[in-house]
Design a protein around this ligand. Sequence first.
Ligand SMILES: Nc1ncnc2c1ncn2[C@@H]1O[C@H](COP(=O)(O)OP(=O)(O)OP(=O)(O)O)[C@@H](O)[C@H]1O
Ligand SMILES: [Mg+2]
Length: 162
Amino acid sequence: MRFAYGATRIVWLVGPYAIKVPRPRPIRPFVRLIQLLRNKQVGAQLRTYDENRALGALKYLLAGLRANRREFRISQGGLCSKYRLAPVIKQMAWGLIIVQERGLPLDSKTDLSDHPLWLEMVAEAKGEDPARKQFALFGTRPLLVDYANPELSVFDQAAGSR
Ligand SMILES: Nc1ncnc2c1ncn2[C@@H]1O[C@H](COP(=O)(O)OP(=O)(O)OP(=O)(O)O)[C@@H](O)[C@H]1O
Ligand SMILES: [Mg+2]
């Protein structure tokens, strides 16, 4: 049993399961908000979450919950085999908890270039190393375990509204 940490979610890896819960963000967002205010970037940053700044702030604070709900909807949309995604087995408490199949860490030699979303993930994560962190090995197959980012527009239809 161990824990892994993403920017928006904490992942409890136990037996064959990866249990994802939103990361509490009470301090980080305020530090970040102060930095953004200093740099006068706050409007632009919040608008990456929503055109409306107030809604953007709310979506930012709820990012982990929204990621869980989006991942579950995409998985339920029957896209796991086409896009090689790790299936989400169950959602509980409106997305406060999701249970995903657990994979093993990739070794540094695993080739991801033939994964259908590899190039999108590199573009979204802005680099190969951060993109690799979003995959895990299931047997010999690498599957994408984090497909919640709204920038992955291939899933817009399956995921419904942002
Ligand atoms: N199904 C899984 N099997 C094995 N490990 C996993 C699984 N899901 C997540 N992890 C591990 O937990 C980490 C964080 O999970 P995830 O990427 O889903 O969270 P996040 O908060 O959305 O991440 P990000 O920081 O990319 O926004 C992953 O980088 C990976 O190491
Ligand atoms: Mg991630």
